[in-house]
Design a protein around this ligand. Structure first.
Ligand code: AMP
Length: 124
């Protein structure tokens, strides 16, 4: 079944400039901003500017240019935050998808969490 993108989701509104955000990095195809309810000292959301619902949707249908731009942007943010394990204390990336993944916003996003020990991956 093909994905249907809801263009009224909150990240679509952020991308259209309809609501504010705390941007930390923007490229041609990617936007990164701070989560409004941070779960760690650094909690950044990285999103493609294109209309993709989940990580698998993005991986399957985004162009090579969009995919490279997204991951290079992610790498640059890790470097700028100083959290990559070769220079800092590490991080976790999470991308929730669908019902079991408990995805609240149906626009693909990567959570970058860093700045404190994050415990084991899952609590339940
Ligand atoms: P998820 O459950 O993976 O879909 O996560 C959605 C995330 O978006 C949550 O961590 C929210 O705190 C965050 N969020 C929701 N609205 C905003 C907003 N306006 N600006 C920044 N982050 C937001």
């Amino acid at each position: 079944m093909a994905y249907t993108y809801d263009d009224q989701n909150i990240f679509a509104k952020i991308l259209r400039g309809e609501i504010p955000n705390n941007t930390i990095k923007e490229t041609d195809h990617t936007l990164a901003f701070r989560d409004i309810q941070p779960q760690a000292p650094d909690h950044v959301l990285v999103i493609p500017k294109g209309a993709y619902v989940t990580a698998d949707h993005f991986a399957a249908e985004a162009s090579d240019t969009e995919i490279v731009d997204f991951w290079r942007c992610f790498a640059a943010i890790c470097g700028e935050l100083g959290v990559a394990p070769d220079q800092g204390e590490g991080y976790r990336i999470i991308s929730n998808a669908g019902t079991n993944g408990v995805q609240d916003v149906p626009h693909f996003h990567l959570h970058i969490l860093a700045g404190r020990p994050l415990g084991r991956m899952l609590n339940s």
